[in-house]
Design a protein around this ligand. Sequence first.
Ligand SMILES: Nc1ncnc2c1ncn2[C@@H]1O[C@H](COP(=O)(O)OP(=O)(O)OP(=O)(O)O)[C@@H](O)[C@H]1O
Ligand code: NI
Length: 295
Amino acid sequence: MPGGREVAAVTDVSFELREGECLALIGESGCGKSVLASALLGLLPGNAVASGRALLGGGLDLTAADERVLARTVRGRRVGLVPQSPSAHLTPVRTVRSHLRETLRELTGRRGGEEAAAARASFPADHLDRYPHQLSGGLAQRAATALALVGDAPLLLADEPTTGLDRELVERTADELRRHVDAGHALLMITHDLAAAERIADRVAVMYAGRIVELADAARFFGSPGPRHPYARGLLDALPERSFTPIPGMPPELDALPPGCAFAARCPSATDACAAVPAFDGTVACHHAPEASRA
Ligand SMILES: Nc1ncnc2c1ncn2[C@@H]1O[C@H](COP(=O)(O)OP(=O)(O)OP(=O)(O)O)[C@@H](O)[C@H]1O
Ligand code: NI
């Protein structure tokens, strides 16, 4: 950070993701979702410090791999990325067709196939000759998704892949990503869109102030018995189709985290116990979470 301040953007995160599985990573703006995705691909800014391990099938540790290995064998081939700001990742002087052509050639050795690749992300064929600045946010998003699907990487990180899309396109994109998962790929989908998460995720990870506070089976999380962490319950209650009650207050600044549980100031269940940071037991990090019911 400017001025040499340090921010713990992501702390003590731990999860597994299997082939054929979609994990949705949800949480308010600024909680560390994109930083986590960038860390997995070696795309953090030069002054960032990452520690820990991120093992890809076969044992490659993404956090320890050097830039050459990441660039030549990992990005696009073993780990695909739909970046959060797709227009920033497209080359301004090249059309969408040209981006797809080069990515197809590089990752699959094939010539042609741009239209089929575009169609997978509902990118309209008659817009293929447009330049990035001629695309709406939603079209840039679909172009980025099409590019990310080309390499058929076993792991796909999709950072807000449905932003800027209308409901029908959200559903089409989510369904395409789900097909990709069902074909045996793993998907980490970062999203604000809980309806999209519910549509495609097998499991849900809820992040708050840089930590995962709940990791749950999606059907149980969105259905019954529902979330166990008060923050996760608050996120669902804030939905218009549920009680439409926002969580009071704002998330803390990551460079000024309160001691103890970072959610305590906004939490209806907080007690003195929350002065200590609750440990994450693999499913929830809360001193007051209801027991996981067996079902
Ligand atoms: N380049 C950077 N330099 C310094 N701090 C950064 C940088 N990028 C992110 N951060 C810090 O990391 C925190 C997490 O950012 P991140 O982009 O991961 O949030 P996010 O959960 O993806 O939010 P959003 O939903 O808005 O995309 C930010 O609050 C900010 O404090
Ligand atoms: Ni983000």
